[in-house]
Design a protein around this ligand. Structure first.
Ligand code: TA6
Length: 260
């Protein structure tokens, strides 16, 4: 592990020089630099990496509650928990990093369940794949929301478009603020913007959340004009919470592919 602005992190470089950086807190991807040296994720310069607040940017792991849709802390505890870095194949054709968070029922009275989560971050050809897996290690059923709250660097959100979330190939314009849960959308999605062209593919997750706060929102850890730089497109399972019987597993992944 290395220290990034006072926070423990792990870095992985792929065969073509692409690099991903992940904080142990939250197993939060905070940087993905492609093979040409371009940063593909947005991170606010006003958001400290060493806590205690969640980091504004990269890919916060949302689990087991989305936003304020339940009694827990906003977006659940995963994004501020310390995850453990597990040994994994960092050298193969798809080098990867694996992180684990074990949760015991007594730690969170508002969500009293035993479970083990892993986040696998893999550098794939011209892409980044993130896979969240959840194992119910307890002896009662549990249910959860999950999302990979991906902050994509777009340069200028008002000049960005997203296809795949609306029916009939309709293009979603991002000239206005948006905070929307698109339910049961299989994808893939195509993001086109002044700074990026990405195709987003998800598996296991059912929904997508698209968020940009626009210029009027007051967000303390975003600089003036910062809103325009990013669009959050999140692979999510929120509309219908995931139910896991004792011993059962679930997994969902989101892949960001550089489009040419
Ligand atoms: O994913 C969309 C959302 O739930 C928005 O409503 C917005 O508030 C955003 O997440 C950020 O939440 P946060 O708790 O990180 O400030």
């Amino acid at each position: 592990t290395l220290m990034m602005e006072g926070a423990p992190a792990v870095q992985l470089q792929g065969p073509t020089g692409d690099t991903v950086t992940v904080l142990l807190r939250g197993a939060q991807v905070i940087s993905w630099v492609d093979a040409t040296g371009v940063e593909r994720l947005y991170r606010s310069p006003l958001s400290p990496l060493d806590g205690p607040q969640p980091v504004r940017g990269g890919v916060p792991v949302i689990f087991p509650q989305f936003s304020g849709r339940g009694p827990m802390v906003r977006h659940g505890f995963a994004r501020t928990s310390l995850w453990e870095w597990l040994p994994a194949d960092a050298a193969g054709a798809e080098p990867q990093l694996v992180f684990r968070m074990q949760h015991a029922a007594h730690e969170t009275p508002l969500w009293p369940h035993d479970c083990a989560c892993t986040l696998t971050v893999a550098l794939v050809p011209a892409g980044l794949r993130m896979t969240l897996a959840v194992h119910n290690t307890g002896n009662s059923p549990l249910s959860f929301h999950a999302a990979l709250h991906t902050y994509l660097e777009v340069g200028d959100v008002a000049r960005s478009t997203l296809t795949g979330v609306l029916p009939q190939g309709e293009v979603l314009s991002l000239a206005e603020p948006i905070d929307h849960l698109f339910e049961s959308v299989p994808g893939p999605f195509a993001l086109r913007s002044p700074a990026t062209a990405l195709d987003l593919v998800h598996e296991g997750f059912t929904d997508a959340v698209v968020w940009n706060p626009g210029p009027q929102a007051v967000i303390a850890d975003l600089p003036a004009g910062g809103y325009a730089r990013f669009l959050c497109v999140e692979a999510a399972s929120v509309g219908v919470p995931v139910q896991l019987a004792p011993g059962a597993h679930w997994q969902g992944s989101q892949c960001l592919f550089i489009a040419t």
